[in-house]
Ligand binder design. Structure first.
Ligand code: URA
Length: 240
């Protein structure tokens, strides 16, 4: 994919975007043998990009799924000494970041990657990727609550609709939703007067945890990556 040169250089870990702009302006970056100009784009997989005469190395793209346990923050750094999901990625040598977030008390499927374009696609509302949750409430939904959830509930001035809700036992529900705003599931049920006692994310698109034990992670295969978008295939993953 073609991207601005300063972005490519920063992603290769050579320097910041700003420093990369300075190097481009100083004529120290070439693309296929020609000096680059600020604003130029290139494809790091096809073009030969040299910075001060040295070819840049594109870091391997890594896609991971983690079965997040409760008690871990979905962030690369902890602000107040809490445990972060990074501590669960033992043995992984590549730096990754979480794609979106699960609340500290939420469990289940969390994606991590070092591919910013992929993360944007998964999170961007345009792609409407459906997430499936298992929810335990502190009470039982009435028929009218099901209706309200299907019609949509106003949160922060936005009408949030769910795609599906099914009863799965006493106070237990399976919910499918494509809206990705923060704490959306808890806020939907709070608007109906319920508290979420337990929340577990089982699926993103058609990718599910599929028996991955709690606290464990694995790299995703291309086939598994495609499952994320299989309701709405994005171009780059269609090809691979
Ligand atoms: N909705 C929530 O309320 N919490 C989560 O962690 C994920 C979705």
């Amino acid at each position: 994919m073609r991207k601005r040169l300063q972005k490519i250089i920063a992603e290769a870990g050579i320097c910041s975007r700003r420093k990369a702009e300075e190097l481009i302006k100083a004529g120290k970056v070439t693309v296929n043998g020609k000096p680059a100009e600020l604003g130029d784009k290139a494809d790091p997989e096809r073009d030969e990009i040299l910075v001060e005469g040295k070819p840049i190395k594109i870091p391997e793209k890594v896609y991971i799924m983690l079965n997040k346990p409760a008690g871990y923050v979905s962030s690369t750094k902890s602000q107040f000494g809490e445990k972060t999901v990074m501590q669960l990625l033992k043995g992984l040598r590549v730096r990754v970041f979480p794609v979106g977030r699960l609340d500290v008390d939420t469990e289940g499927l969390l994606l991590l990657t070092n591919d910013g374009d992929f993360a944007n696609r998964v999170m961007h509302p345009r792609y409407e990727i459906r997430k499936t949750y298992f929810v335990v409430l502190d009470g039982e939904l009435a028929e009218s609550d099901f209706e309200k959830l299907k019609r949509g509930i106003l949160i922060d001035g936005k009408r949030v609709k769910i795609d599906l809700i099914e009863k799965r036992g006493k106070n237990k529900y399976r919910l499918v939703i494509h809206e990705g705003m923060k704490r959306v599931v808890k806020r939907l049920f709070a608007a109906l007067g319920f508290r979420v006692k337990y929340l577990f994310r089982d699926k993103i698109g058609n990718l599910s945890l599929h028996g991955l034990p709690r606290g464990k992670w694995k790299r995703l295969s291309k086939r598994e990556l495609r499952l994320i978008f299989s309701e709405n295939l994005s171009d780059s993953f269609k090809k691979s």
